[in-house]
Design a protein around this ligand. Structure first.
Ligand code: BG6
Length: 486
């Protein structure tokens, strides 16, 4: 075994969150409603009906949260901006108080030596844009997004160096337009691919405008990446895995990084009449917008076999309960409608991996594979913008949270980053998901990710007290040692 290289001196040890999952204050200080403010209130859509009206009240407690980050030694904090706080209707009149909230948050972070990493879009589309134009299915929303970005670049561009455009476009388009598990609660593949195309265009517009207005900053998308493995060395399975990579990942990453849709998948979808309408100038726009880095959210990958194995695939039917939903890995067999990927691959179980309580594979080596593959394929610096363990955490009677499972998860994943760096992969930083506990979109407060416990549950806000978990103190030591784990 070769010697591991040290982490770069300026490596950004971070943690992440998203507006809807932490802020609360859903209608405070002029914020307009987002699609999530409505969707989460539809009966049966979220775990025990949880919603983000209060969430963990970060909007009103950001100073305390930043103090805790600083005490931990955090170097970077990734958060998203609620579009409808800036523009209550998604376009038109600016809500000054909303802009000021993020200015104050950024100033607070900088005053504590923490690099802000701003996500422009983490799923909370302004409701007005959905209701008036049909959301991302309308090209009008691309222009609205560009205007929203312009405001943020102008107001925060001098202070914020790292920007993320879209968070997990692969996840939110599938959840929203295929599985009816996120707003806009649709199940229609044709509409999904069209909305997705518009989001690609919006992403590209955001990058081009950024280059103009924030020449000193760096911008890129955060993609939910999972490497796809073949079930065996049978060339038919290997081919299926290549199909899986292209369908699950390349469909977005090639557009972001190479400015084009992967031809094999395009051809395949065209045969099914599923490709989006592309207008004059679209492809030029996609090709012109080059990200500076690739944001990677890593939880796990998937394993596939050639399609003939479909019937005998040993994977048990996944239950459609809230605890079992895994946006990265929904089995086509669960689906009522046709699966466009049916002939390309079949998802199968991987016998080599253990799983979390929510059935997500734990695969640290896959993380190293991911980092190497992505660099090989796209040759951009990587920024790990999410990685973490969702678990049931228990506040003990003596007031501690012994989340050893999370520590083990983070430790093994951080070691793989160091190995990838030693392999020659360029990595800017690593954000654990998440800093404080937060609202899991579909799993309420049962599934927790934080390094800091928040004392609330589905039924009650309790006192929303912040209590550092054991993993908080552990990560503090990791950061102090710049990743040289004891
Ligand atoms: C990512 C999202 O998909 O995974 C986060 O960017 C999300 O917003 C995280 O919370 C974990 O997902 P879940 O469903 O376990 O809360």
């Amino acid at each position: 075994h070769k010697k591991l290289a040290p982490f770069p001196k300026d490596f950004l040890w971070g943690a992440a969150s998203a507006a809807y999952q932490v802020e609360g204050a859903w209608n405070q200080d002029g914020k307009g409603p987002s699609v999530w403010d409505v969707f989460s209130k539809i009966e049966g859509k979220t775990f025990e009906g949880t919603n983000g009206d209060v969430a963990v009240d970060h909007y009103n407690r950001y100073q305390e949260d930043v103090r805790l980050m600083a005490e931990m030694g955090l170097k970077a904090y990734r958060f998203s901006i609620a579009w409808s706080r800036i523009l209550p209707q998604g376009e038109g009149k600016v809500n000054e108080q909303g802009v000021q909230f993020y200015e104050k948050l950024v100033d607070e972070l900088l005053a504590h030596g923490i690099e802000p990493v701003v996500t422009l879009y983490h799923w909370d589309l302004p409701l007005y844009l959905q209701e008036t134009y049909g959301g991302w299915e309308s090209r009008r929303v691309i222009a609205a997004f560009k205007d929203y970005c312009r405001i943020l670049y102008q107001r925060l561009g001098k202070k914020v160096r790292y920007w993320v455009t879209m968070n997990e476009q692969n996840v939110f388009t599938a959840m929203g337009y295929r599985w009816e598990l996120h707003p806009p609660n649709v199940s229609d593949l044709k509409r999904m691919f069209q909305a997705n195309h518009h989001i690609n265009l919006a992403q590209a517009e955001a990058i081009l405008l950024f280059k103009e207005l924030v020449p000193t900053g760096l911008i890129g998308p955060s993609f939910g990446y999972g490497p796809v493995y073949p079930a065996s060395a049978n060339p038919a399975d290997v081919l299926a895995a290549e199909n899986g990579e292209a369908f699950n990942n390349g469909w977005w990453l090639d557009v972001y990084c190479k400015g084009q849709y992967p031809k094999v998948i395009w051809q395949y979808l065209a045969e099914q009449g599923l490709t989006p309408v592309v207008e004059k100038g679209d492809l030029e726009l996609l090709a012109a917008a080059k990200p500076d880095f690739l944001g990677v959210n890593y939880y796990h990958g998937g394993t596939v076999a050639q399609n003939e194995y479909e019937q005998q695939a040993a994977s048990p039917q996944r239950e459609k309960t809230f605890s079992g939903i895994d946006p990265y890995h929904i089995q086509p067999a669960d689906e009522q409608q046709a699966s466009p990927e049916k002939a390309l691959f079949t998802n199968v179980e991987n016998p080599y991996l253990t799983k979390t309580a929510w059935n997500w594979e734990i695969d640290p080596v896959g993380f190293r594979i991911a980092m190497r593959r992505l660099q090989d394929k796209y040759n951009l610096p990587l920024f790990i913008t999410e990685n973490g363990l969702g678990a049931i955490d228990v506040l003990t009677e003596d007031g501690t949270i012994e989340d050893d499972e999370r520590i083990a998860y983070l430790q093994t994943h951080i070691l793989e980053i160091q190995k990838a760096i030693s392999d020659g992969v360029e990595i800017i930083g690593y954000c654990t998901w998440s800093f404080t506990d937060l609202l899991s979109w579909l799993n309420g407060y049962k599934k927790r990710y934080g390094l800091v416990y928040v004392n609330r549950n589905e039924a009650s806000e309790l006192d929303l007290r912040r209590i550092p978990k054991k993993s908080y103190y552990w990560y503090q030591r990791v950061i102090a040692a710049n990743g040289e784990l004891p």
